[in-house]
Design a protein around this ligand. Structure first.
Ligand code: SF4
Length: 149
């Protein structure tokens, strides 16, 4: 299969803090699948390292919220550009599936931080996970990878 993956899950240093933390469950997929790493926040023009961002509003992204960084600057346009560019990659390469990093304001599929920068998670999606799913791309997070994939 051709699988789009959050670049940080492969250990690429794309995280907001510039650290590199690979996920063994995703690395093991390299034996059987073509993995295509993308970082929506970098594709959206944000630097690395960068300030932490969260979706304001307490319910993740539904298409009308704002994404703010920890200093109060509005980064919504960067997040939208990153999501649209990631969707373009998914379409160009005709991926079968996307595996995205849980809890991220871009990549989170089931839970994201609530916008208060207090560490509280709420059910909801990151911007890229929302845009991919809305456009017919199947999305899993790294905790949902089936054992037989
Ligand atoms: Fe990883 Fe996604 Fe955050 Fe980039 S935007 S560092 S791929 S979780």
């Amino acid at each position: 299969m051709k699988i789009l993956v959050s670049a940080c899950l492969l250990g690429l240093p794309t995280r907001y803090d510039g650290r590199s933390v690979a996920d063994e469950r995703v690395l093991s997929l390299l034996k059987r699948h073509d993995l295509i790493p993308v970082c929506p926040e970098q594709l959206g023009g944000l630097p690395t390292p960068r300030p932490r961002c969260e979706i304001y509003g307490g319910c993740g992204w539904t298409g009308k919220e704002r994404v703010l960084d920890e200093f109060g600057s509005d980064r919504t346009e960067n997040f939208l550009r990153g999501a649209e560019t990631t969707l373009k990659v998914a379409r160009l390469l005709k991926v079968d599936l996307a595996i995205l990093k849980s809890k991220s304001p871009s990549c989170g599929k089931r839970f994201v931080y609530d916008g208060s920068f207090s560490g509280r998670l709420v059910p909801g999606k990151g911007v890229t996970a929302f845009v991919l799913e809305r456009n017919g791309v199947e999305v899993l997070d790294e905790t949902e990878i089936p054992g037989d994939l």
